[in-house]
Write a protein that binds this ligand. Sequence first.
Ligand code: NAD
Length: 298
Amino acid sequence: MKIAFIGLGNMGAPMAHNLHKAGHVLSAFDLSPDACRKLAAEGVPIAPSAADSLAGAEVVISMLPASQHVESLYFGSEGQPGLLERVAPGTLVIDSSTIAAATSRKLAQAGAKRGIAVLDAPVSGGTGGAIAGTLTFMVGGAASDLERARPVLEKMGANIFHAGEPGAGQTAKICNNMLLGVLMIGTSEAIALGVANGLDPKVLSEIMRRSSGGNWALEKYNPLPGVMENSPASKGYAGGFGTDLMLKDLGLAQENAAAVRAATPLGGLARSLYAAHSLAGHGMLDFSSVIKLVQKPG
Ligand code: NAD
């Protein structure tokens, strides 16, 4: 299949690479020349612009940071036309960015008016899952469009769920990330408490991983450097899932909770803690660096 892939950051680059390896014909683009260069070095063809990447594309995939980036790509900004005007009718658009459900619905409605099928398909699984091709996709949109997308999604993910109507994928994603944000802080607190008592963090992490406190952070993403070889913590919190992206997702969860009058006290507290962590200058570090808030210095 001919696929235009836009947004080649921590997640987009390995996802595009997996599609390329699977034999799809890619035309990839990112506003960052550095991101384009890195993927070109792995043999993935790069287009000179997002609009150029569309030539002959049957599927368009975007993996951008936040709602405003998706809005400006598809609807245009500062007098520049949006991509949606240039996408050929009949094309399938899959936006895998984590954004506001309302933006996903707006994109789906605008696409439908032009005969373009749009799916929101945010992912979970981190950069490790993106590299391994084992992501979980949470898809909002028509079931028949998901069936069209499935062969492509299967090359990037191991679990594909139909969450419901347009925007439902985003709602599922912010529920999941609110839980992830909370559990990473809880895990950090527990490890920091044990270390303050002189416990070996590797032994403690293993005890909790196999006990009732076991969770994804302890399985795959330990927040303390040196406990897990390939975790972002052990690589200076570089790459991974940025604190500011987690902050964005917790903000989306709180906006949504306010709209439906849901009680999310821990989600609200987690948002405040990640905001403080970001303000302390750690916004670009992986979100597991939030352990710095509760670690004893030295
Ligand atoms: P990132 O910041 O590493 O990459 C985003 C890329 O988009 C950047 O390279 C940027 O230059 C590019 N970009 C922005 N606007 C653009 C435009 N108009 N045209 C072309 N390129 C543009 O972010 P990421 O970590 O890859 O995350 C992407 C999305 O996936 C976010 O919504 C994030 O919340 C979500 N997500 C991330 C992870 C993770 O572990 N990193 C996991 C699940 C979901």
